[in-house]
Unconditional design. Structure first.
Length: 528
């Protein structure tokens, strides 16, 4: 593999790139020292800091070291550009460390498994799967480049398995598993290869904007989070790849105000707090698809002290029966795998849903703390056994429908009728009400019953900055902002409302837009 080492030009009196020694130039030693621009200044940054002699310069500055940022840095480096990644966390990888399901259409892995698929087949199903426009150029690119994107990941060292079936992306097996056995996650190989190009524990606090050059973005001010030192970095092109906002309650509820009255939980990496959004919000950036917050409904609220707001994932919910407050079945339970079930929940009278499981399924289930998945890795033991979940109040059990209805405040006759009809579906091997796959039909019969209240989990941002086909960030007039690119979740995955309500395996689009951003940013920087 071709790898270009980091070559940063340190300006006179500026800090040493390796040691970050404070010098006489640029930096003020902390964000509080950022100067304010006069109203008539020709150059400024957002927020209102004038340009000065930069402390150092690179061709391409990448803000964010997750999947999109690493892909951008890789491609920019391959193109011969000098690159610097700034990442506020201690390690690289971001949310990409946990994103193991990738969408692919027409891949070698599908062919090896005898699966017939193609970009055209995916595009033909796109509107039904996502509600988005399949004619959008970015959707076409995702469909046609998804296989090549996965092959690129394999080339850089990511293990790929598959394919598997996921109903959110159609009946054709299109889901590919990334780096199942790698403790560092799928971004591990890229993080290791690009480590010398990165400053970790470093946060971008403002973009550098040259108002005298048509508002061109020319780098950023960054803060060393360990020392408080502020460094002014000049760049020929800047890529913002700072991730999503699913852990920011204010942003989530601003995007989806209807969630304000619902007990929703977090199903996103700790870094998904919208921390990079102010960089773009300080400019005249156009935002698209604002209400598309990818919200799974396959967990319950973790009620243990210290875990407030976190999701407790409940396996085997596909085999449950989901009911409203009256005990009436309301959906095909396989919708727990996608983003549509939240709409069913919001449409109920009290905006609450319950998953009812037979003890035959429940005793092999239990809860898996999303918090532990983030802190201890994806393959951890069940956090709580079924009995422990019942003791903690996260699950309610009873010997029969009458007892369960009494505990939940439901209509006993309605719940009993729903259970009886569901067992009829299981007996004939066909869900005549909602068309649920026979693979997930599991009889209740005379088993003990368990109920878990479903709490929607904010997981992904499918709305974000608008970008063009070169990943250039667009202003509210639809014009590219010179020198500024965005990739990944900060751009709503593909920078277009054509993603609709979202899709599983969207990490493919994060790597895709990151690669395009790196290629285009390097081309612009090296041409100047």
């Amino acid at each position: 593999m071709l790898f270009v080492p980091l070559m940063i030009v340190a300006c006179a009196g500026g800090p040493d790139p390796a040691g970050r020694d404070s010098g006489d130039g640029g930096g003020d030693g902390g964000t509080a020292g950022l100067p304010e621009a006069s109203p008539g200044a020709d150059t400024w940054t957002a927020p209102l800091a004038p340009l000065s002699t930069p402390d150092l310069a690179v061709d391409v500055l990448v803000i964010g070291g997750g999947a999109a940022g690493l892909a951008a840095a890789w491609e920019a480096s391959e193109a011969g550009a000098t690159v610097l990644i700034v990442e506020r966390e201690e390690i690289l990888g971001g949310s990409g460390r946990y994103a193991r399901n990738a969408l692919g259409a027409g891949t070698p892995w599908q062919a090896a498994a005898g699966v017939v698929d193609s970009p055209e087949l995916l595009l033909g199903e796109w509107a039904a799967l996502t509600g988005g426009d399949p004619d959008d150029p970015w959707i076409h690119r995702l469909a046609h480049d998804s296989a090549e994107t996965l092959e690129w990941l394999e080339d850089v060292g990511v293990e790929i398995e598959g394919p598997g079936r996921d109903p959110t992306v159609g009946e054709t097996p299109r889901m590919h598993t990334l780096a199942q056995g790698d403790p560092e996650g799928p971004t591990g190989p890229l993080a290791e290869a690009l480590g010398d190009l990165a400053w970790t524990n470093t946060e971008a606090v403002a973009l550098r904007v040259d108002r005298g050059a048509a508002g061109r973005v020319v780098g950023a001010f960054v803060e060393d989070l360990e020392t408080g030192e502020t460094v002014e970095i000049a760049a020929g092109a800047t890529v913002v790849a700072t991730g999503g906002f699913a852990r920011d309650p204010d942003r989530v509820e601003a995007a989806r105000p209807e969630l304000a009255g619902v007990l929703w939980v977090f199903e996103a990496a700790f870094s998904s707090d919208g921390g990079g959004h102010p960089l773009l919000e300080a400019l005249d950036v156009a935002w698209q698809n604002p209400g598309a917050v990818g919200t799974y409904t396959h967990s319950t609220a973790d009620l243990r002290p210290g875990y407030e707001g976190e999701a407790m994932l409940v396996p085997e919910l596909g085999r449950s029966m989901i009911v409203d407050h009256t005990g009436r079945r309301v959906t095909d339970e396989s919708e727990i795998f996608g983003f549509a079930l939240i709409e069913t929940l919001l449409a109920t009278d009290d905006q609450r849903l319950w998953a009812i499981l037979p003890d035959s399924t429940w005793h092999s289930s239990g809860g898996l703390s999303f918090h532990r998945m983030l802190t201890e890795g994806g393959d951890v033991a069940r956090d709580l056994t079924p009995g422990e979940m019942e003791e903690a109040g996260m699950a309610i059990a009873a010997d029969d429908a009458a007892g369960l209805a009494d505990r939940l405040g439901m209509d006993a006759a309605v719940l009993a009728g729903s259970l009886a009809r569901y067992d009829e579906h299981c007996a004939v091997g066909a869900d005549r009400d909602f068309g649920k796959s026979v693979d997930y039909l599991w009889p209740f019969q005379d088993f003990r019953l368990v109920a878990v209240e479903l709490s929607p989990g904010a997981a992904k941002s499918f709305g974000g900055a608008s970008i063009d086909e070169q990943t250039r960030v667009l202003d509210t007039d639809g014009a590219p902002i010179p020198g500024l690119y965005a990739a990944g979740e900060v751009a709503g995955m593909l920078g277009t409302p054509a993603v609709g309500r979202g899709f599983s395996g969207s990490i493919t689009s994060v790597y895709l837009t990151g690669r395009v951003a790196g290629q285009q940013a390097a081309a612009e920087a090296l041409a100047d």
